[in-house]
Design a protein around this ligand. Structure first.
Ligand code: CMP
Length: 225
């Protein structure tokens, strides 16, 4: 079987094609439509997921009913591992943002994989460390008082996740809608709109439809992170 499509998944990096052929036998490929709720916070979990195509939104609902977006994951990322690892209920909701292709692995198979292929466990820990760093950055940015700082650091997080760097500029090909940006930044949609316009006017950003360019990534980062 051709396992080439698994080569770009960081969780499986440094595994041989023979190993990947064994792994793929344990997974089921599923297609989900856009806006499909894959996981619901507080439900019991027995599967983990790897995104082959598309994006998902990881979110929780605050006590006053507002959506807080923790992360947006895309091709090559995994989710659903937390319940598998600690046996607790799902920590967040997961909803598709696009029509998506997703690989599903059962709990006992994933735990066996970690045992049989320690490289997967190392790759997993590396990604979890990076997620903790991103969450730390999000906590810091939510505690900022000024709206520009909240919006700019949210853009930096998205750039780090899905941006493409070229000659000092970073292109974010599909910026999430303004309400989603607001729910990531802990602010309102109106504030997002106002700050994006101001940052564009000051020459930091260029926006064409849902495509956003950070004109000078290094100086933007040193100004706002
Ligand atoms: P689990 O708790 O099983 O189900 C919800 C999933 O959302 C969780 O596993 C993680 O895979 C993912 N998740 C939860 N919090 C975050 C976060 N802060 N960043 C990225 N992914 C997260």
């Amino acid at each position: 079987m051709d396992v080439g499509f698994l080569n770009y998944i960081p969780l499986f990096s440094e595994l041989s094609d023979d190993d990947l052929r064994e792994i793929v036998k344990l997974a089921v490929r599923q297609v989900y439509k856009k806006d499909n709720m894959i996981l619901i916070e507080e439900e019991i979990g027995s599967t983990m997921f790897i995104i082959l195509d598309g994006r998902v939104k990881i979110s929780r609902i605050s006590d006053d009913g507002r959506e807080v977006i923790l992360s947006i994951l895309s091709e090559g990322d995994f989710f659903g591992e937390m319940s598998i690892l600690d046996g607790q209920n799902r920590s967040a909701n997961v909803v598709t943002l696009d029509d998506s292709k997703i690989m599903v692995i059962r709990r006992e198979d994933f735990l066996q994989m970690l045992h049989d292929y320690p490289q997967i466990a190392i790759n997993l820990l590396k990604e979890l460390a990076q997620r903790l760093r991103r969450s730390d950055a999000q906590i810091k940015s939510l505690s900022l008082q000024n709206a520009t700082g909240k919006v700019a650091s949210t853009l930096l997080r998205i750039a780090d996740d899905s941006g493409k760097i070229h000659l000092g500029q970073v292109e974010i090909p599909r910026l999430p809608p303004q309400q989603d940006l607001a729910n990531m930044a802990g602010t309102s949609r109106e504030t997002i709109s106002r700050v994006l316009k101001a940052l564009a006017k000051q020459g930091y950003l260029k926006k064409e439809g849902s495509r956003l360019i950070i004109m000078d990534y290094e100086s933007f980062r040193s100004e706002f992170s």
